[in-house]
Design a protein. Structure first.
Length: 224
């Protein structure tokens, strides 16, 4: 059993923080994993993509499909709940994508859908028994901007829920800051917050969020 520490907004000691911080550029190096696409075909699985671990371990692509298959009480392609996801992984564990590649559909939690190997075009796939699973050893919640910034700086990106106005769906302005003028405040979409910054022209602070809508959506990043 492999037990990685996946931080979900875990509180830590607050210390002096920089005005700008971005996990895409730490001394010229990006520590973020590859961009993902949840929508092919249509699937509202943003909650499942938030299971990805922080930056402290080697790259391991945890399987959102495993969650769609085996955690229907947490969520489906029609949406899910991160506050239920973390304790579910802590108890049950999650396989990586070499076991269960993303298919963007809800399937049954069977051994063949949990971890399999497929040799040859004319051969049936076979079950991999007792696959390696990854567990959460700790998680928690944060209150306020300073705690969020401290956690991001010390331990890596955090999971957050946001409203999702239509303007965000169609946003394509690159590094321009996205301002929501609708006043929407319902929790509709799960993203990762990977950094923050300050815009001198407007004198406003902003968050840098990471999405799961593919590389063609605003380079999958937005200042928010």
């Amino acid at each position: 059993m492999i037990n990685f520490l996946l931080y979900f907004c875990l509180f830590s000691i607050i210390f002096s923080l920089p005005v700008n911080f971005d996990w895409r550029n730490i001394n010229g190096i990006s520590y973020l994993t590859a961009i993902r696409q949840q929508h092919l075909p249509q699937c509202g699985s943003c909650w499942a993509f938030r299971s990805k671990r922080n930056n402290t371990e080697p790259d391991i692509y945890l399987s959102p499909q495993h969650l769609l298959n085996c955690a229907p009480s947490v969520g489906t392609c029609y949406g899910g709940y991160v506050w239920l996801l973390m304790p579910w992984i802590q108890k049950n564990g999650i396989v990586d994508e070499t076991c269960s590649p993303y298919q963007a559909i809800d399937k049954e939690c069977t051994p063949i859908n949990t971890c399999k190997q497929c040799f040859g075009f004319n051969k049936n796939c076979t079950v991999i028994e007792n696959p390696t699973k990854y567990y959460i050893s700790d998680w928690g919640q944060l209150n306020g901007e300073e705690e969020m910034m401290n956690e991001i700086y010390k331990n890596g990106p955090i999971v957050c829920g946001i409203a999702c106005p239509e303007a965000l769906d169609n946003w394509d302005q690159g590094d321009e800051i996205f301002y929501d003028k609708t006043g929407a405040n319902s929790l509709e979409h799960w993203i990762s917050v990977v950094g923050w910054g300050h815009d001198d022209e407007s004198n406003l602070d902003y968050w840098i969020i990471r999405n799961s809508w593919g590389s063609q959506w605003n380079k999958n990043m937005v200042d928010f």
